[in-house]
Design a protein around this ligand. Structure first.
Ligand code: TXA
Ligand code: MG
Length: 313
């Protein structure tokens, strides 16, 4: 019988070395970033990238983020407009993804673009992610390390719960510090679009490059399916009071909460706790009510994830 468990090792020199060798050989490695855990493969190896889609059960029309050390490495694969460059210079390495035109001569697998003429690029700041990218010496394709449509993984044990037996190796660096995915920015010609709210608040991006538009079509943002991040339990948002049969995921001074995203009302703390608390409640609850969350700053990303988690499946 196949071993259903996947080897997990700390992100020390030995773990990083083993992870890099597996990636270079075309294997799948789950790795920590400052946002969430990623499911990595050599982005220049078509078979390895195809294995990501298979392991996650991800629709082939949904393109992948390619992780690189920084702007210099990204230039090998995509074209930077002045605005895109300004964003990369300000927010990289960090939780920002830029969807940019693919260079004709890039060695990236066509699969990472899922038929589009763009590539989503991100330079993660997590030291283990940076060390891994350096050791691999190649761009690493990496969606969030969870089954497609289900709750995102923010710890190595979440990854093992979701993908154990389906990946070759899990690199463990504890809890992802930000806990919510990167902000994804694309461009319609010169006009910047917010394709996915995330860990960099909209306001910080708009301060630098002006107002962000919303994507006009699913082609611009193929991953933004209505139902996503879904727990097994039913979810009811903006809940004032708990109804019978529900447990409350609270925020701020909510009364009667089984878990509280941030008793002090801190949105960053709430983002960091969101997926782990949804997973914890989902183990026993059949119905989860969630307190209202302010829609400012990183709250926009939290509310985006909650709306999709609550959407009809
Ligand atoms: O924080 C993150 O972004 C994490 C870590 C691991 O980097 N990754 C992540 O990947 O959240 P994923 O695959 O779960 O979400 C990537 C999003 C999807 O909504 C996808 O459709 C979009 O980025 N995307 C990727 N490539 C794109 C492209 N060429 N055009 C438009 N959207 C793209
Ligand atoms: Mg995801």
């Amino acid at each position: 019988m196949m071993d259903v468990l996947t080897k997990t090792a700390p992100a020390d020199a030995a773990g990083l070395g083993e992870a890099a060798r597996i990636l270079q050989a075309g294997g799948l490695v789950a790795f920590p970033t400052e946002t969430v855990y990623g499911l990595g493969a050599d982005a220049t190896n078509g078979q390895a990238v195809a294995a990501i889609f298979a392991a996650k059960g991800r629709p082939l029309f949904n393109p992948l983020i390619v992780h690189v050390e920084g702007l210099e490495q990204a230039r090998r694969h995509v074209e930077f407009s002045p605005r895109a460059q300004a964003l990369a210079e300000k927010f990289w390495p960090g939780p920002l993804t830029l969807v940019l035109p693919r260079r004709k001569d890039t060695p990236l697998s066509l699969l990472v673009s899922a038929g589009l003429d763009t590539v989503a690029m991100r330079a993660p700041s997590h030291p283990a992610a940076q060390a891994l990218l350096k050791a691999v010496g190649r761009p690493v394709a990496g969606p969030s390390a969870n089954i497609s449509g289900q709750v995102t993984a923010t710890t190595a044990s979440h990854v093992a719960d979701s993908l154990g037996g389906k990946v070759d190796f899990i690199l463990d660096a504890g809890s992802a510090t930000l806990g919510i995915e990167s902000t994804v920015i694309g461009f319609d010609g010169d006009r910047p679009l917010l394709l996915r709210p995330g860990a960099v608040p909209r306001e910080e991006i708009e301060d630098l490059i002006g107002p962000l538009g919303r994507p006009g079509s699913l082609i611009q943002s193929p991953g933004m399916m209505a139902s996503h991040y879904a727990p097994r339990a039913a979810l009811r948002l903006n809940a004032g009071e708990i109804e019978s049969g529900e447990v409350l995921l609270g925020f701020g001074d909510a009364v009667g909460a089984k878990l509280n995203l941030s008793p002090g009302g801190d949105l960053r703390e709430a983002a960091a706790n969101l997926f782990a608390m949804l997973r914890a409640l989902d183990k026993t609850a059949t119905s989860i009510a969630v307190s209202p969350i302010p829609d400012t700053g990183i709250g926009e990303a939290i509310n985006d994830r909650l709306r999709r988690a609550a959407a009809p499946r």
